[in-house]
Design a protein around this ligand. Structure first.
Ligand code: CO
Length: 459
């Protein structure tokens, strides 16, 4: 049995441990080794990398991608894309989604992992369609969550719908690290029995289940697993690549990843890790195991957000009440997976309900949009009472939300004029307007500081 590895150090590990603040110049020298290590793919783009490049690192994200491509000609490059939301949380019109994907592939992406926070397949279908049209690999995604309406049957049904879009693989995305070894094993078994495409498993080490879960998923037939080179693994990041390679080889699995090259890659990242620890960018707390998420069945990150919110308002004594209210709000909203932005939406509303001493006295703008159908279809039934409170006698929108949006590319192009030097710039602007404009200005200023000259031949 073959097990393939996706290395996440350049994207999810970087995002989960050091808030995506690793500049290209830091990891450039190791790209050649990453390309030779025998990974199935390198997750290196999308997610928060794009925003972070523009906002904090003064890097053109497209240029970063082209540079990685140049240095890694032999390994598939992978990105994470939030379906119709691209790299953010709002819905973009189809022409923008298609242009973004076309340019991602043109600049070097081979595999696009496409997900929707609500597992609403309509929110990933255009992205999948365009990825396939561009000749790239579309990996459809199941956001894994626990609730009374999520079970093997519902996940198999979802996987079949995703497979019907024509994807080349399906990823189980356990963003909170709450999928147990047993749940992972059962789910992979069920999917392998019902869909034909390869199954990818993505989890996090947050609760400490990660290694066990991945091992059991592989036993159940998972084809690809995500891992991070050891010194950027563990805690809120992925389980360690070397440890998994060691274990799986011992069990006789066919693994292409080369331990010796892994050692060199890890040695390369050690000083980068040490520097991040020194500067405080890497907080030792996120490296540990946090099991509270298993008791409350909510992601660790969400729990710490709730604590922070209550602490800021000097109301930490209300934490137990908020923790009881959180699953009730989630139930009212039809059990959305607790992934961004739903995790914040549920947590903030639960806190508001407790602090006001009255449920839904104040309702956040986001919850209102959600009830109106602007995020997509709720996985389960939304509370009728809450629906009435927000909509009165109106009915929620049940279509695909992007169908209500006017095309966006031409308008953005016209607005930017000469500030945009290429279509990639226009897409950067659409994705992150403020950050992109600031970046363009700085780039223009830098450009004016350089000089050029013509050669006068003297011969
Ligand atoms: Co992740």
């Amino acid at each position: 049995m073959k097990v393939n590895f996706t290395e996440t150090v350049l994207r999810d590990a970087n995002q989960s441990l050091i808030a995506t603040r690793m500049p290209f110049s830091d990891f450039k020298p190791v790209l050649e080794k990453l390309d030779k290590a025998g990974y199935y793919s390198l997750e290196c783009w999308g997610g928060a990398t794009f925003d972070s490049c523009l906002r904090y690192l003064n890097e053109d994200p497209w240029e970063r991608l082209r540079n990685i491509r140049k240095a890694c000609p032999n390994t598939k490059l992978q990105m994470l894309l939030r379906g119709q939301n691209l790299l953010g949380y709002k819905h973009y019109p189809d022409d923008v989604v298609r242009a973004f994907i076309r340019k991602s592939v043109e600049n070097g992406i081979d595999i696009i992992r496409i997900f929707d926070a609500l597992n609403d397949v309509r929110n990933i279908e255009v992205a999948v369609d365009e990825t396939l049209k561009c000749g790239a690999h579309a990996s459809g995604t199941i956001c894994y969550t626990l609730s009374p309406i999520h079970n093997l049957e519902s996940y198999v049904k979802l996987a079949k719908e995703i497979e019907a879009l024509g994807v080349q693989s399906i990823c189980i995305k356990d963003m909170a690290g709450i999928m147990s070894p047993k749940e992972g094993y059962d789910l992979v078994k069920a999917l392998k029995a019902n869909v034909k495409v390869p199954i990818v498993v993505h989890t996090h080490s947050t609760t400490g289940l990660g290694f066990m879960t991945l091992l059991k998923c592989v036993e159940a037939g998972a084809d690809v697993i995500d891992s991070a080179i050891s010194c950027f693994s563990g805690g809120t990041s992925q389980p360690a690549t070397e440890t998994l390679v060691y274990t799986l080889k011992q069990y006789g699995y066919d693994v292409d990843v080369d331990e010796n090259i892994c050692k060199e890659i890890n040695d390369f990242f050690k000083p980068i890790r040490a520097k991040a620890l020194d500067s405080g960018l890497l907080n030792p707390v996120v490296m540990g195991t946090q099991t509270d998420a298993l008791i409350y069945q909510i992601p660790g990150g969400m729990l710490s957000n709730l604590v922070a919110q209550l602490t800021a308002q000097n109301k930490l004594d209300k934490l137990d009440e908020v923790l009881l209210e959180t699953p009730r709000v989630r139930e009212d909203l039809g059990y959305p997976p607790l992934v961004t932005p739903m995790s914040q939406m549920v947590g903030v509303q639960a806190t508001a309900n407790v602090l006001a001493g009255e449920r839904y006295k104040n309702i956040s703008k986001e919850v209102k949009s959600y009830i109106k159908g602007e995020y997509g279809k709720a996985p389960g039934k939304v509370s009728e009472e809450l629906q009435k409170l927000v909509l009165g006698e109106e009915k929620p929108y049940t279509g695909r939300f992007a169908d209500t949006l006017a095309p966006g590319m031409e308008e953005a192009k016209a607005y930017l004029g000469s500030k945009a030097t290429c279509e990639e710039d226009v897409l950067s602007y659409i994705a992150f307007p403020t950050q992109a404009e600031a970046f363009f200005e700085k780039r223009e200023a830098d450009r004016k500081n350089t000089f050029s000259y013509t050669i006068t031949r003297i011969d």
